[in-house]
Each structure stands twice: as structure tokens, then as C-alpha cells.
Design a protein around this ligand. Sequence first.
Ligand code: SF4
Ligand code: SF4
Length: 438
Amino acid sequence: MPNIKVLTTLMRELEDQLVVCMRCGMCQAVCPVFAETGLEADVARGKLALLDGLLNEMFKDPQGVYERLNKCLLCGSCAANCPSGVSALEIFIKARAILAGFMGLSPAKKLILRGMLSRPGIFDRVVEWGSKFQKIFTMPANELIGTSCARFVSPLLKDRHFMPLASEPFHRKTAMLNTDKGRSGLKVLFFVGCLIDKIFPQLAQDVIDVLNYHEVGIFMPRKQACCGIPAISSGDLKTFHRLLHYHLKIFDAEKFDYLVTACATCTSTIKEIWPMMADKDSEDMKSRVADISQKTLDISQFLVTKVGLEKSAIEDIDTTVDVTFHDPCHLKKSLGVAAEPRALINANPRYHLIEMPEADRCCGLGGSFNLHYYELSSNIGRIKRNNIKASGSSVVATGCPACMLQISDMLSQSDDKIVVKHPIEIYRELIKINGTHT
Ligand code: SF4
Ligand code: SF4
């Protein structure tokens, strides 16, 4: 349990932020959960009203407060559209930490977060065992997308079509890197992230190939762990702080100009949540986290704004592939990054970008929200799927591996012949084509 001083500070910060809400209700129009349930309790205004009396409610009905708070995607649509500038996400995250501090974590969360996530070596070994044995419990679902589904009736997997664990995580292939800056004059720390390491390792290779092509020095520290988002979303400050300290230590080994990731969720966690939730007691800690945060960029943002994109060496193109782009909430709503991933796609003349309706509407994953409220998550996901289909594209690109999972599930279940890609993959294809033309 976090100490009482930390919880009291969080409570005070929460109170200061809650008074900003003027109860106008404009967040209703943009909340994907409210759009499904129509319940005031599910929208930011309802949650904030509940939190206003948090101390009272927490003693009266802690489980009820917990459930209402957790029925939220943490998508940030409410915060991005709030005329009063209420930091709804910050409030929800702090409130979850206060509640978890008061109620404690469930045994399952304790096992997953404290027993595995906060211990990178154990986490890696468990996932590698999972990868070896997954075929016993799962079977291929959609060959084009590469998803699997449960082989037997499973209350955990339900009807999900999910991307299987990679047979070899990225860190097994490339444990660490430390290369010099070349003609770019820049060196980056490459933060891989769990989903890319364990499910989409090819994306990490694409990032490295692109950085090498642009002669950007790469520092990829050995034994990277999770950015901490699953822990802090569950209110587990202890695991979050442990991971934060762990990363600061391994990042210290080398100087770098920027920290880049190809995961929108990792980028926004490191850039926004690390400074928001770092221990406030240590000035040294605050300044180190602030420095890392300020250096953190999504890979597309880094390539477009700091390096400059490569021009295509191909002159005549017979056919192009129609592609549409889904804006991850953590990229557009949290960080305001939307043009840069599209620029990566547009750089490759073999692709033709078509905007889908409501490209920045949440895909409905929301991390553990998908585990707890799969039906609701799928209903929201199906709206995204329909928007993707409406674009008429055969490829949907998105800059977050978590969104890739949700979109793959939705498309795979409907047998749509639409492939899911990351913009870095599309840009990497251009680099490869250029390589064969020089
Ligand atoms: S959170 Fe913002 S949009 Fe929602 S009710 Fe409060 S002031 Fe209005
Ligand atoms: S973060 Fe998203 S799901 Fe949660 S209340 Fe705000 S808009 Fe609704």
C-alpha cells in the first residue's frame, strides 16, 4: 500500500482539479462508452461528480466507485473536448491510485502486476513459455490478418480473435544496440515496448532499419521493461514507480538526443504520465523525468520533424494500394500527433491514403477495459470497423500496437479482407524499394 502521505497529496491534487468542471455535459457527445450505454455514470461529468465526494463514497461503497471509474477507456476524448480544460485523464488516473491504495489490489492483479510486470526477467520467461504452448489452447482464425482464437470454450478468451505471441520476442534477436550517430548527427534511445517486443517484433526491426538508413545512432538498452501503463491504470503506484526507477537507471548508461517509440501508448505514458505520477519528493527524480519526457517523441514525429523523410526513387507506379489511417487516442488526443504518421504513409507512392469517417474515434480497446467489458469494447470496435470499411481501403494503418490488436480482432471476426499495418512498416517498404533503385 502506498504511504498515507502520497495518498493525501493525490487527494488534494484531485480536489483542486475537480473544481474546474462546470458540469456543462459537453463530454457526453464524445464519450464512446456513453454513446453505448447512455448512462450519466459512464461519462466524465458523472465520474467527476462521483469523485467530488470521493472520501465519503470510498468509505460507503468503495467497490461501486471502483467499478464506475474502471468503466472507462481512458481515451481522453472528454479531456480533448472539454471547454473548461478539465484534465479528466489525470483525475481518473489519480483517483484509481487513491482507490487501489485504499482497497488494495485484487490477488490476480497483484500476481500479474507485482509478480510479473515489475520483474522484467520473470515477465519475459512467462511470455516465452506462453508462446511455446499457445497452440495447445488456440488455433488460427484468419490467415490474412494472422489472428488466432480459442480452441476450446474459454471464459477468458471468449470470441476474441487475437494476434498470437511471436515465436521469438524481439529482445531475443537483438538484445541491445549502441551505435554512433551518422550523417543525421542524432542519437536516439529506442524504447521497444511490450507489445512490439512480444507480439509485433518485426515493427522493432522496421524502426531500426529506418533509423539505420537515416544514419541515426541507436541506444537500445538491454532488458527493457513495460512503460508502466497497465500498472498505473490499475492504480498500482508501487509497480509503476518500480518500473520508472528501473528505466531511469538503464537509460542513464548513455547520452541521447531523443527517446523514440513506435507505440502511441508508450509515448504518451513516458511523455505525460511519468512526470504526472513520479514521486514528488525528490527534486532529482522530478528533473530527470521531466528531461526524459521532453525528449520523448513518436517515431513518426521524430522522422518528420527531426530527420526529414526520404523521397521516393520510383518514378512510374502502375498500381497503388488504398490505405486508411486510424488515429490512436494516445497519439492524437493526448499528444496532438496526427499529420506525421500520415506523412510516413504518403511518403510511399505505392499507397494512396483515404480518410475514413471519424478517424480519431476510439477503437474501444482501452487496455484492461477490453478484458472487463469485452462486449462493450467490441460494440465500440465495430463502429471503428464500419468506418474503416466505409473508406473502401484494403489496408488500415495505425500508430499503436494496442489499437492494431483491437482492429485486427474486429476485422478478423467479420472476414473483411483488410490488412492492418503500422505506418513505420509502410515507410520501411519505401526504404526497401529505394534501396533496390540505387
Ligand atoms: S468535464 Fe468538461 S465537458 Fe465534461 S461536464 Fe465537466 S466541464 Fe463540461
Ligand atoms: S476517457 Fe473516454 S471513455 Fe473515459 S469518460 Fe472520458 S471519453 Fe468517456
